[in-house]
Every structure is written in structure tokens, then in C-alpha cells.
Design a protein around this ligand. Structure first.
Ligand SMILES: *Cc1c(COP(=O)(O)O)cnc(C)c1O
Length: 453
């Protein structure tokens, strides 16, 4: 077998012949040559020609300490020399135990049990199924409904799509989905309705109160992306809103699921976003950054109360009958443990605060004044820059203009990789980003917006 890397042209031909890319209109994809990544170095991706690009969206929001971090590489190599994978069905394994202990230690108080899977979507499915079964086990089978936020995104499996429905993406699957009761978060609707931030919060709280007053006794759980709805286009909400959802779910005797797949592991400046609001959920979904962006791994953390409800003689069949072949994969858990050690050793969270302040100052100075910038939403190192055709009245660009894609395409000439969400340019560099890289990123984006919007 020839182990030499095929030529660039050969790779592109094979990609075009054999691959189907995620979230991609393949007609567009096939019309141009893709960038083929061969290596990574710190905050950079390196293509097959050796050209280096700043990884401006952390390889879709998952890279944390940069690529090829020596500590993570060593952890992976050392684990590979022991064992790559063994099952958690009927057996325990060293790295999955070590990681679970650390996650419980780091997570908000009251979350005592870790259930592993391999993607954010599966972490969400597991939380939904746990909540649903929990109420039957507790003798409250009427609690079958889920509450979620408008334009929430929780992943692409059927249950996750049910609570995270987006008309543009998911209308094809409508008949397959279960119904979720939607709450309008305080964010974007305030623009549509001409409200200020305080009035928007009041309106959102009032709606949430009404929904729970009407449906509270039938709700199995409310699910929310705390503080920042990522895939919606970085829709932020104040900590008060999250605290209110916690209060409402408690008052109505039901569960709160926090989906920290995107916001967890330092993106917002805290290890978990719920810390900004001092909120403890009943179920917590983790993914993306959990392994530092190295391996597919996810976890659903549950309260002891939920865990205890599943304990019974086997023949009662109260077991949580759910699992995946690679649940608790040893390579992934080992590299996740190493990533958590890096957080501590390098004082990562303190550094994120400094970098986020720098990013914020530069965005205000160089991007906010541009004519077509409608709004900038930032929390920690998660940022959305919303482009509008006209700032007065926030007139949007038509979808066919692909304004976000055009701007992100333009920054590639400055050796930066970005991926937009519609008209929102997303900046989400690894937590290891430097001040100089932030400045380069903001300058390039400002130039691209000035020229192309
Ligand atoms: C990305 C994301 C998911 C889905 O994670 P996958 O690993 O892509 O399945 C779920 N929830 C949120 C908030 C996300 O951002």
C-alpha cells in the first residue's frame, strides 16, 4: 500500500467524487476547488500547499487550546499505547472514570452523574430521554412536553431537531418531529418590536410566565442554550432570563436542561456559561470543546435525584436503555482530561477575560462604526456581527446575496478561516488566540465588511 499523500489535484478530484459535506449545498461545493487541510499548528490550519490560516471559528467551535498542543498530543499518544477503546457496557475504563470525576467536580453543584456519548446532538437526545423517562418513573406520566427557545439549535438528530426547529433547515422533517412549546427569548424580537433591552426582557419573562401557567403541569423539561444561542446567530440573553427560567421550572416542579455544547469549556470566559447566572440545571449537555477539539466526545450530566429514580430491580426494566458503541471512548476521555489540566496549568479562563476585553474594544473601534453593521453580540470569545442592508430599521440583506459568506470568503485572502451563519459573521477563535491574532482578525473583517457589504 502506497502511504504517500496524494497530490492536491488528486485529493480535490476524490473529494468532489466521493464526499458529501455537512450543511453544504453540494452544487456550490462542486463548482469550486475546496481548501484541503493537511495539518494544524497552534491557532493555525495548514493546507496541502503549506499555506497557514488562522482558525477563526475554532474548527466549528470545538478547538480550545490550539492544534497540536503538546500536552494533548502526549495524552493521546500515551493512551494509544495502552488502549484506544473498550466498551462501557459491562466494563469500566480508566480514562472515563477519571474524566467523570473531574467533570462532576467542575460542574455546577448537584450534577453528580456523567453519561457519555459522542456528539452534542446525542448529549441532547440523552437529556430529553432521561427527562421523559424520569417523570414516568416518578409517577407523573402527564409530563411529556418540552419547552425550548425560538431559533434554538440543539443538534441534528430527530429529538434534538424537535426542540431546536428552524423552518429553513428542518421543514422537510416536520412530520417526524414531536412538538415543543416555544418561548421567544428577549433578544432579536426586541428589534422587530422596537423594544429596548429592559422592555424586551419584561416581554420575554411575561410570555414564559404565561406558558408555564398554562402548561406547567405537563412539562417534562425546558431546554436552553444558556446566555448565547449560538447557531441562531449569536442571540444573547441576560443572566436574569436564565435565572427566571430556573425559577419557573422549579416553581412548576419540572426540570431544566442546559445545553452548553457550544458555550461550555471557557468560550464565555467561565468554564460553564451557567456560572454567569449562578444557575444549576438538572441536566447539563456538554460536547464540542470537551476534548479541546481533538476527538468526538459528549457528556450529559444528571442530578442525583434523576439518577436515583432509575434504580430498581432489573426485572422492573427501569434501566436507561441507551448507549452508543463508542460511549466513553478511552482516547477521547484521556485527551479531555489533558485539556482540563491545561485550563488549570495555563490559567486559561483568566486569559480569556483579557482577550475578550481586547476583542470587544477593537470591535467597537473598527467594526461597529461601519455602515452595514447592524449589531455586534459578544460574550467572552463568542461573537456575532450582524450585517444589514440598512441600519435604520435593520433592513436585512436578501438571502440570495449571501452576504455573510461573501465577507468570510474575502478574509481568506488574509489567511483567515471563518464560517458565517446567514448574515451574521461569527468570530470564535481558540481560547489560545493572541492579542496580535485578534487584531489581525478584526482588521481583516472590518476591511472585508467595508468592501463587500
Ligand atoms: C453544535 C451544537 C450541538 C450539536 O453538537 P454536534 O456535536 O454537532 O452534534 C448541540 N447544541 C448546541 C448548542 C450546539 O452549538
Amino acid at each position: 500500500m502506497d502511504r504517500r499523500t496524494p497530490s492536491r489535484q488528486q485529493l480535490i478530484e476524490w473529494d468532489h467524487s466521493f464526499l458529501w459535506h455537512p450543511f453544504t449545498q453540494m452544487r456550490d461545493w462542486l463548482a469550486e476547488e475546496p481548501l484541503v487541510i493537511a495539518r494544524g499548528e497552534g491557532n493555525y490550519l495548514v493546507d496541502v500547499d503549506g499555506r497557514r490560516y488562522l482558525d477563526g471559528v475554532s474548527s466549528l467551535w470545538c478547538n480550545v487550546h490550539g492544534h497540536r498542543h503538546p500536552d494533548l498530543d502526549v495524552a493521546l499518544r500515551e493512551q494509544a499505547e495502552r488502549i484506544a477503546h473498550s466498551t462501557l457496557l459491562g466494563l469500566a475504563s480508566v480514562p472515563s472514570i477519571e474524566l467523570a470525576r473531574q467533570l462532576v467536580d467542575l460542574a455546577p453543584a448537584g450534577l453528580t452523574r456523567v453519561f457519555y456519548s459522542d456528539a452534542g446532538a446525542t448529549a441532547v437526545e440523552i437529556a430529553l430521554k432521561l427527562a421523559f423517562q424520569y417523570w414516568q418513573l416518578r409517577g407523573e406520566p402527564r409530563r411529556q412536553k418540552f419547552v425550548s427557545l425560538t431559533e434554538a439549535y440543539h443538534g441534528d438528530t430527530i429529538g434534538a431537531v424537535s426542540v431546536g426547529y428552524s423552518e429553513a433547515f428542518h421543514r422537510w422533517y416536520q412530520p417526524l418531529l414531536f412538538e415543543a412549546i416555544k418561548l421567544d427569548p428577549p433578544h432579536v424580537f426586541r428589534w422587530q418590536r422596537g423594544l429596548d433591552a429592559a422592555a424586551a426582557l419584561d416581554a420575554a419573562l411575561k410570555q414564559a410566565e404565561e406558558v408555564f401557567a398554562r402548561h406547567g403541569a405537563e412539562v417534562a423539561a425546558a431546554i436552553v442554550e444558556p446566555l448565547m444561542q449560538g447557531a441562531a446567530g449569536m442571540w444573547d440573553h441576560p443572566p436574569e432570563y436564565l435565572r427566571a427560567l430556573r425559577d419557573l421550572t422549579r416553581r412548576h416542579g419540572t426540570l431544566l436542561i442546559c445545553d452548553e455544547v457550544a458555550v461550555g469549556f471557557g468560550r464565555t470566559g467561565r468554564m460553564f456559561a451557567v456560572e454567569h447566572a449562578d444557575v444549576g440545571p438538572d441536566l447539563l449537555c456538554l460536547g464540542k470543546g470537551i476534548t479541546g477539539g481533538y476527538m468526538p466526545l459528549a457528556a450529559t450530566l444528571a442530578s442525583e435525584e434523576i439518577f436515583q429514580a432509575f434504580l430498581a430491580p432489573y426485572e422492573d426494566f427501569r434501566t436507561f436503555f441507551h448507549g452508543h458503541t463508542y460511549t466513553g471512548n478511552a482516547l477521547a476521555c484521556a485527551v479531555a482530561c489533558a485539556s482540563l489540566r491545561v485550563f488549570e496549568r495555563e490559567g486559561v479562563l483568566a486569559r480569556v477575560d483579557q482577550r475578550a476585553a481586547r476583542l470587544s474594544a477593537l470591535l467597537q473601534e473598527r467594526v461597529a462604526p461601519l455602515a452595514h453593521v447592524g449589531d455586534i453580540r459578544q460574550l467572552g470569545l463568542m461573537t456575532g456581527i450582524e450585517l444589514v442592508r440598512e441600519r435604520d430599521g435593520r433592513v436585512p440583506y436578501p438571502t440570495s446575496e449571501r452576504i455573510g459568506a461573501r465577507v468570510c470568503r474575502a478574509v481568506r485572502d488574509d489567511d483567515i478561516i471563518l464560517r458565517p451563519l446567514g448574515p451574521v459573521v461569527i468570530l470564535m477563535p481558540p481560547l489560545s488566540v493572541t492579542d496580535a491574532e485578534i487584531e489581525h482578525l478584526v482588521d481583516s473583517v472590518a476591511r472585508a465588511i467595508a468592501r463587500h457589504a
